[in-house]
Design a protein around this ligand. Structure first.
Ligand code: ADP
Length: 628
């Protein structure tokens, strides 16, 4: 019989299992029982869909058969079984579902991470076994096959005799060593406890014959032994249990195993509702964003059950995009088992559930924001970006739902604040909610434009994500207070008097300013004397709807080059800065030099904004020539 090689990745996983130093080897049982339950689910669902009335729920079960003499444990199910091909494809090749990626470094540490934190499935059998046999007969097939492996060297598959449908997994346990006791897995007492601990909610009975003893009839001291079949699990799915009967650890284990996360969830939302929509929902907020979360590869969705039978692995219609980070499941008796994906989308019941879940998630987030600020900020770090996209998307349709969940960094509080907190602190004469855009908080703190505002004690929101300004623009205002970019032309700060004074000053320097503008050759719409600068010499501001930040973002998008977007730029000069006197003097004395200075000042303003400068070499040469 030909020995076949494992696929390379499978072999690595297998090696990890065989040489595992992981202390929770007992989880092999959970993994194999969960596979057995999945196999029954598959068949049960299929027969329901096919309208096959020959099988009912009661016909399914999982058996544990320990055999101390042979040193084996057999885990049997009468689920869908596997064909010869299935055996080849499923057990010779690593499962896709675990989405494991192996790194060369940190092997030992990773060993623990992978086994403890992902569901590793079938291969975990090799943590405890030196040889594994799988005998399986697929539903509807009259042939059975046996898969056999001693581990890394490979596996064999051959035809075998098996009378009934389903799968037997036969583990031959390793010998006990000084540190490891494998024999305990032959012990019915230990097995019963393991099932209770890890697999209690499995919805099919897990049975085992247990040897017991009793007083012999009519005797007072003589005992006889007899065998009793026990059902080891309660079969109530976790989400149907009462909240106060479930420990945090149970939730955590369930989440990690089911959703292949390696960290505990940040929050569990367990709710059941009756009435117009009857369902149980068990939802989780992950404590970190999946690596692919902000990519196209990420698929949102909740597992969907119809009265305890899983009908869809990932039902996207249950979650709005802005809550796509939520993982979990919904079980409802109102959904038909036979419902197709297309029909599901239009299902009224499903829509109702979606609406309820959305409200529930929102209110949970709000209460977290109120009662666990630190936790909420952590959540927001992971998924706040998604909420902000949510505000912006669909032309702002969801802004009212989401606006109070947003956080932005505050210049005065030096931490993340909500819009409502900002508004509550606004000064009496403050017209606008001010914000500044840039790459980092540190950079924004240095921005010359913020000087006057901060001087007047105004709080500024620092926006550092690309989507931020777009989201605020879509919202337009909060609590009737308009948002205002600190670089826009009107900050609503000056008194009438100040305005007049500024106008007068501008008028007096009209010729100089227009010379500067001409020197810049169309790069700016205007050169003006600044009302927002205090100690810095120059800055850029904008006129009209497009800000510099929006210009940056829009032009960095794919296809942007076809239609370059330009903000209308205004170069602002601080009349109280000594450089201004120099400019005034040069206007009379040396117009060539003034022209060069105009370019230098403009370039500096670009640098301050973090915008690219057109000719860095010319700029450098210019500065050097001044230094010389
Ligand atoms: P996973 O369960 O995460 O897919 P496993 O390595 O545990 O990965 O199993 C690989 C595949 O083998 C399963 O997806 C399933 O198709 C098949 N399989 C495992 N155990 C059984 C079983 N008892 N009955 C039928 N198929 C099984």
């Amino acid at each position: 019989m030909a020995m076949k090689q494992f696929q390379a990745e499978s072999k690595r996983l297998l090696d990890l299992m065989i040489n595992s130093i992981y202390t929770h080897k007992e989880i092999f049982l959970r993994e194999l029982i969960s596979n057995a339950s999945d196999a029954i689910d598959k068949l049960y669902y299929k027969t329901l869909q096919d309208g096959d009335t020959g099988l009912s729920r009661e016909d399914f079960s999982i058996w544990l058969k320990p055999d101390k003499t042979a040193r084996t444990l057999t885990i049997s199910d009468n689920g869908c079984g596997m064909t010869q091909e299935d055996l080849e494809n499923n057990l010779g090749v690593i499962a896709k579902s675990g989405s494991l990626s192996f790194k060369q470094e940190n092997e030992k540490k990773e060993d623990i991470d992978i086994i403890g934190q992902f569901g590793v499935g079938f291969y975990s059998a090799f943590m405890v076994s030196d040889c594994v046999t799988v005998r399986s007969r697929a539903y509807g097939s009259d042939k059975a096959y046996e898969w056999h492996s001693r581990g890394a060297e490979g596996y064999t598959i051959e035809e075998c005799q098996k009378d009934d449908r389903g799968t037997d997994i036969i583990l031959h346990f390793k010998d006990d060593s000084d540190d490891e006791n494998y024999s305990e897995f032959l012990d019915t007492y230990r097995l019963r406890n393991l099932v209770k601990k890890y697999s209690d909610y499995i919805r099919y009975p897990i049975r085992m014959n247990v040897e017991k003893s009793r007083l012999k009839q009519g005797s007072k001291e003589e005992y006889e032994s007899y065998v009793e079949t026990e059902t080891l699990n309660s079969m109530v799915p976790l989400w149907r249990k009462n909240k106060n009967e479930i420990t945090e650890e149970e939730y955590n284990t369930f989440y990690k195993e089911k959703f292949h996360d390696f960290a505990n969830p940040q929050k569990v939302i367990h709710s059941s509702t009756e009435g117009t929509a009857t369902y149980n929902a068990l939802l989780f907020l992950p404590s970190q964003a999946p690596l692919d979360y902000y990519t196209r590869d990420y698929e949102k969705g909740l597992q969907l059950y119809s009265n305890g039978v899983m009908i869809m692995e990932k039902c996207p219609d249950l979650l709005p995009d802005y809550f796509s980070f939520v993982r979990g499941l919904v079980d409802s008796q109102d959904l038909s088992l036979n419902i197709s994906r297309e029909m599901l989308q239009h299902d009224r019941q499903l829509k109702l559930i979606e609406g309820r879940l959305e409200k529930k998630i929102k209110s949970e987030l709000e209460s977290m924001l109120k009662n666990d600020r630190e936790g909420y900020e952590k959540f927001f770090k992971n998924f706040g970006l998604q909420l902000k996209y949510g505000v912006y998307s669909d032309y702002g349709m969801h802004k009212d739902l989401l606006k109070d969940l947003l956080l932005f960094y505050s210049s005065s509080e030096k931490k993340m604040v909500t819009l409502s907190e900002y508004v509550s602190r606004m000064k009496e004469d403050q017209k606008y909610i001010y914000y500044a855009c840039g790459s980092t908080v540190e950079r924004l703190d240095q921005l010359p434009q913020t000087e006057r505002l901060r001087d007047k004690g105004m709080e500024i929101l620092y926006l550092t994500d690309d989507v931020d300004e777009f989201a605020l623009r879509v919202m337009m205002n909060y609590d009737e207070k308009e948002f205002r970019n600190i670089s826009s032309d009107d900050l609503g700060l000056e008194t009438e008097e100040e305005k007049k004074e500024a106008e007068k000053q501008g008028e007096e320097n009209k010729d100089l300013l227009s010379f500067l503008k001409d020197s810049l050759d169309g790069k700016v719409k205007e050169v003006v004397l600044s009302q927002r600068l205090k100690s810095h010499p120059v800055c850029l501001s904008t006129e009209g709807a497009i800000s510099l930040e929006m210009e940056k973002v829009l032009n960095s998008m794919p296809n942007a080059s076809q239609n370059e977007i330009k903000a209308s730029r205004v170069l602002e000069i601080n009349a109280n800065h000594p450089i201004f006197q120099t400019l005034v003097k040069l206007y009379d004395a040396d117009k060539d030099k003034l022209k060069a200075y105009a370019n230098l000042l403009y370039t500096q303003a670009l640098l301050i904004e973090g915008l690219p400068i057109e000719d860095p070499v010319a700029f450098s040469n210019e500065v050097c020539s001044l230094m010389v």
